[in-house]
Design a protein around this ligand. Structure first.
Ligand code: GAL
Length: 766
């Protein structure tokens, strides 16, 4: 018997959108609707100083599912990757599904509801902060923008489908692991399949064949296995398990060599055919009471917390922008882990983490508040949906099963832990808290340690925090943040303190082998409620700004990388006589992974500085300091005297590898315009970030220029947000979204002070 191919169709285009709750949009309202493509943000916000209650109400999306012959004798499913929040789905006005959580996927079997005419699909989301749904019920320090902000898929399947597959790599760590090339001589892959069927009649009971094919990164088959199963009358769900064992020469997934294999599982029976394809990795990740081990080697976790928000459009950004954030974290800023504060994030973000070797601590939705029993049930369901969606990601090493920073609640957290363990015994659990002596029900004590307030103590000893009589697996999951908000355009001294605090906590977690590592708060500044932030609805807690443009503190982390990866030489100064109080620029801190830096003011004698191992003994690359012990006031010049330029030359093994020159007389010289991607696919709501930097004659940022820029675009693309922007701290960013017509686009950036700069990007059919 031949089967029509199972279809998975992107269902993002041509939705009608309107404010309000409609079970179907009345005819007289149709002219007031907008035609939109998903991912979609129900109400765009200004950059800051907005009213966050403006989106806290219902919105309706509608689209007709046109009947087609291909639906005959099939099961038709609608799959939502995420909709914020409390989605009610109607077909021809009849409620067919409600899904409360805004961060986890859900699907609906439409088969019984579809007919050869009609099929008007109406989806209502409600941006209200409904106290019955996590994270709501108390205050929260971030926004939860309304909308169908992720993809929607229409799946046409046979009667028997392969709903999910879980693949767990085992037997990896043994004496055979070859330290050099990360190849293990034996490994196994334990596969569980989740088969779902419409209840079968006696006559329909059937044999199913399940075949697994494992391919390596060169697409060469390394293992196959086929098993037969009997599906009897009435049976509608079975979970057959089997293993690919004795796998030879498997390359391990590691942060520096994130090797991915492709697993394809195919189901065939007389009446049905389905398949499931995923990238998977072979790796072992274990938190112990003496640190974290990846593939048997100790690795200090140097991580950062990420929200999933963007200026203006909130959560509704496409896959390119999601992936670019992962690249920023790993490739640009050199972190090895991201925590998905405070909810499961886009699949495309996690896929990219797998591809580039960025470890992930994945979290459930929630912030400090625990609601009633029904609310807790939603959370337990979130644990389930998160794990079932993401258990094949090699990058995920820890499941968060506690509401971020909530009080102890034994019965609730026993359930979240039990749910995680029932689905995935291969990963440990963590429960992020900020209270000491909290009950440890998880595998790892994950602690937000905000003890550093400028005083002596950077981090507490783990046993002081846990109150336990022995060490346990322990990780610091947030620090700094609200303790020292910093704008990218704050004064130099403020920035120096911001950098210092990040360095001090990092030094403290590197110092202590019983701390697996630290995860700073946070990657970028973010929009928030009036109860938080700087009064303008922004928390300036990032090591980058909302456009992901680095503050000096970003270089505290970046400079920790191996110089073979990238040479970093970043002085924490704007180099001016009078920016700091008392007209001092000393001590000048230099964030670098060079072994020494030559520092020359004007044509005075060259001074050499080295990593400050005294102050930061545990960092891989301690910062360097130029202070008045090596440069006298006379040499340097005092207030009222001539100001001079500075040259810093970074050396590695005796060779000068990087030079930074900061002129005595910076003048506005050049505007640079650079994008994350040089080409984007059309018709996918694909975006790229564009960064605009105002530079002096030596390519340094002009920190205090406040010119405005105007952006115009030729070709089928649009800017997200306003097209007139102000340079802040010498730079600004924006995102460009590709339209539907392939071809080149040109982005023109004009200003008062600089000549117009144009950047070309190509839009391609994928
Ligand atoms: C933590 C919280 C984060 C953020 C941070 C600011 O308590 O978990 O979401 O609000 O404070 O420093």
């Amino acid at each position: 018997m031949s089967h029509t191919l199972n279809q998975v169709e992107c269902f993002n285009d041509d939705w009608h959108f309107i404010e309000g709750h409609y079970t179907t949009i009345p005819l007289d309202k149709l002219s007031a609707t907008h035609q939109v493509t998903l991912p979609h943000n129900a109400l765009d916000l200004p950059y800051n100083y907005f009213d966050e209650t403006s989106y806290q109400r219902p919105f309706t999306y509608e689209k007709v599912i046109t009947w087609r012959d291909a639906f005959k004798n099939k099961q038709v499913w609608l799959h939502f990757d995420g909709a914020m929040a409390n989605a009610h789905v109607y077909l021809d006005g009849k409620l067919i599904c409600q899904h409360k959580d805004g961060y986890t996927p859900f699907e609906i079997n439409l088969t019984a509801f579809l007919s050869s005419e009609g099929n008007k699909l109406t989806v209502v989301v409600d941006g209200s902060e409904n106290p019955n749904i996590p994270p709501f019920g108390g205050q929260i320090d971030y926004l939860t923008y309304a909308g169908i902000y992720r993809h929607v898929w229409l799946k046409t399947k046979d009667k028997i489908r392969l709903k999910n597959v879980r693949a767990i790599a085992t037997n990896i760590i043994d004496d055979n692991v070859n330290e050099q090339v990360f190849v293990t001589q034996t490994a196994s892959l334990d596969i569980t399949t989740y088969i779902e069927s419409v209840p079968l009649t006696e006559a329909e009971s059937t044999h199913i064949q399940l075949s697994a094919i494992l391919k390596n990164k060169a697409n060469v088959i390394v293992a196959t296995k086929t098993i037969d199963i009997q599906l009897d009358k009435g049976c509608n769900e079975i979970n057959p398990e089997f293993s690919l064992s004795d796998l030879k020469d498997i390359e391990l997934w590691d942060i520096n060599n994130p090797v991915l294999y492709t697993l394809e599982v195919t189901l065939t029976s007389d009446s049905s055919e389905d398949n499931f394809i995923r990238k998977i990795g072979f790796r072992d990740a274990t938190f112990t009471d003496h640190g974290f081990y990846l593939n048997g080697r100790r690795l200090k976790i140097r991580g950062i917390n990420r929200h999933q928000s963007y200026p203006y459009v909130g959560y509704a950004m496409g896959d390119h922008a999601q992936r670019a954030d992962a690249d920023l974290i790993k490739k640009e800023l050199k972190f090895n882990l991201v925590r998905t504060s405070h909810y499961p994030q886009a699949s495309s973000f996690l896929d990219r983490c797998d591809e580039i070797g960025l470890l992930v601590f994945e979290e459930i939705p929630g912030w400090q508040h625990i609601g009633n029993e029904a609310w807790q049930e939603v959370t337990i369901d979130c644990v389930k949906r998160m794990i079932e969606r993401d258990w094949n990601h090699a990058s995920i090493i820890l499941w968060g099963v506690r509401i971020n920073e909530s009080p102890d609640n034994q019965s609730f957290y026993e359930k979240t832990n039990a749910m995680a363990k029932s689905l995935d015994l291969s990963r440990q659990t963590g429960g992020v808290r900020c209270i000491p002596n909290s009950q440890l029900l998880e595998d790892v004590y994950t602690m937000n340690d905000f003890i550093l307030n400028g005083g002596e103590l950077a981090l507490r000893d783990q046993q002081v925090v846990t109150g336990l009589d022995k060490k346990v697996p322990y990780m610091v999951t947030e620090f700094n943040g609200h303790m020292f908000p910093t704008k990218r355009f704050d004064s130099e001294l403020h920035q120096v303190e911001h950098v210092t605090r990040h360095l001090r906590v990092m030094n403290a977690y590197y110092a202590d082998d019983s701390i697996a590592g630290g995860i700073g708060w946070c990657l970028f500044d973010y929009n928030t409620h009036k109860d938080f932030g700087a009064g303008d609805r922004i928390c300036y807690h990032g090591i980058t700004d909302m456009f992901r443009i680095p503050k000096f503190a970003a270089y505290a982390y970046k400079s920790q990388c191996d110089p073979k990866e990238e040479i970093v030489l970043q002085p924490v100064t704007v180099w001016a006589r009078g920016e700091r109080p008392e007209c001092l620029v000393l001590p000048t801190m230099i964030l670098t992974n060079c072994d020494k830096v030559e520092f020359q003011v004007g044509d005075h004698t060259i001074k050499t500085v080295y990593p400050s191992k005294n102050r930061y003994p545990h960092l891989p690359h301690a910062p360097m300091f130029v202070d008045d012990s090596i440069i006298s006031a006379e040499e340097f010049g005092l207030w009222g005297m001539k100001w001079s330029s500075v040259t810093m030359r970074g050396y590695l093994n005796g060779e000068c590898v990087r030079t930074v020159h900061m002129p005595e007389n910076p003048v506005a010289t050049e505007l640079t315009v650079v994008s994350d991607y040089q080409s984007l696919p059309v018709k996918q709501r694909a975006q790229t970030r564009v960064m605009v930097n105002a530079l002096d004659q030596c390519q340094n940022l002009l920190w205090f220029i406040d010119d405005f820029i105007t952006v115009t675009i030729e070709g089928d693309a649009k800017i997200i947000g306003p097209n007139q922007l102000i340079l802040k701290g010498g730079a600004i960013g924006f995102w460009i979204e590709a339209g539907n017509i392939p071809g080149p686009i040109t982005i023109n950036v004009s200003s008062n002070r600089f000549k117009t700069v144009s950047l070309s990007i190509s839009l391609t059919e994928e």
